[in-house]
Design a protein around this ligand. Structure first.
Ligand SMILES: Nc1ncnc2c1ncn2[C@@H]1O[C@H](COP(=O)(O)OP(=O)(O)O)[C@@H](O)[C@H]1O
Ligand SMILES: [Mg+2]
Length: 262
């Protein structure tokens, strides 16, 4: 059974169709990458799959549950790290996780062991007692991942997990995401506009362009079909251009990260 089964999923904002009849299946244990330039519709897809935004049309099932009719069950099955900040800078890492453990009904007698394990797994044991506002961007991302997986969900959604991080911090986040997958078999669904990130982490990917699915499959097969050797070239082939790096975007992302940390 597919752990994600998306059929005709559509979201309109007024006249704009942000996601247009998306059909996708994701098998359990996959690391699935949703690729696209800014505005392609990635976040809108994730928000619908995490039940935060109702679809305009179409359906999706997450671990067998319908995202509209069985939203509460879906929420129990997923972890979600949004693009924006999801932890509190005025609390310590441990305190952030404690609040989340209470929210998601981790039994009281298991809480501290579960939290310490999660902090350990994400390489944050030393910093557990420090205020999150003193953490680096990469540490914050890892804390958010610890928080999102505290209730041990079978599926983890990561929306642009390493935006604005420097290469070392990015590599550390990747390493921890890989570990979650190999150790716990958790299915990872991530969005990114960094093709290198998709190359490093994903064994399946889908390219979104203007709200439409352009192509999906296994990276090497997709490259072979398109007669190209890199994800950059694949993206250019299907989405008609490169995902721009460059000054404005990078600066803007760095600003957003600075705001998140501030
Ligand atoms: N709340 C909203 N109201 C109106 N338009 C929106 C809203 N959220 C997103 N959009 C538009 O929908 C499109 C897809 O956005 P989004 O899903 O955030 O893309 P991505 O995450 O790929 O950058 C963009 O054109 C964006 O401007
Ligand atoms: Mg987005």
């Amino acid at each position: 059974m597919a752990i994600l089964d998306i059929q005709g999923l559509t979201r309109r904002y007024g006249d704009l169709t942000a996601v247009d009849h998306l059909d996708l299946r994701v098998e359990a244990g996959t690391a699935f990458g949703l690729l696209g330039a800014n505005g392609a519709g990635k976040t809108t897809v994730i928000k619908m799959l995490t039940t935060l935004l109702p679809p305009s049309a179409g359906t999706a099932r997450v671990v067998g549950f319908d995202i509209v009719r069985e939203a509460a069950q879906v929420r129990r099955m997923i972890g979600y790290v949004p693009q924006a900040l999801s932890v509190d800078g005025a609390l310590s890492g441990y305190e952030n996780l404690l609040i989340f453990a209470k929210l998601c009904d981790v039994p009281r007698r298991e809480r501290s062991a579960r939290i310490n394990e999660a902090l350990e797994l994400m390489g944050l044991a030393q910093a557990a007692g420090n205020l999150v506002r003193t953490y680096s961007g990469g540490m914050i991302r890892r804390l958010e991942i610890a928080q999102a997986t505290l209730h041990r969900p079978p599926v983890l959604f990561l929306d642009e997990p390493t935006v604005g991080l420097d290469p070392l911090a990015r590599e550390a986040v990747w390493e921890h995401v890989r570990m979650l997958r190999s150790r716990f078999g958790i299915t990872i669904v991530l969005t990114t506009h960094y093709l290198e990130e998709a190359d490093q982490l994903c064994d399946h990917l889908a390219i979104l362009h203007g709200g439409r699915l352009v192509v999906s499959g296994v990276p090497d097969q997709l490259k072979a079909q398109a007669g190209v050797t890199t994800l950059d070239a694949l993206f250019a082939h299907y989405a008609g251009g490169v995902i721009e790096g460059g000054s404005y975007r990078e600066t803007r992302n760095e600003r957003l990260t600075a705001q998140r940390l501030g």
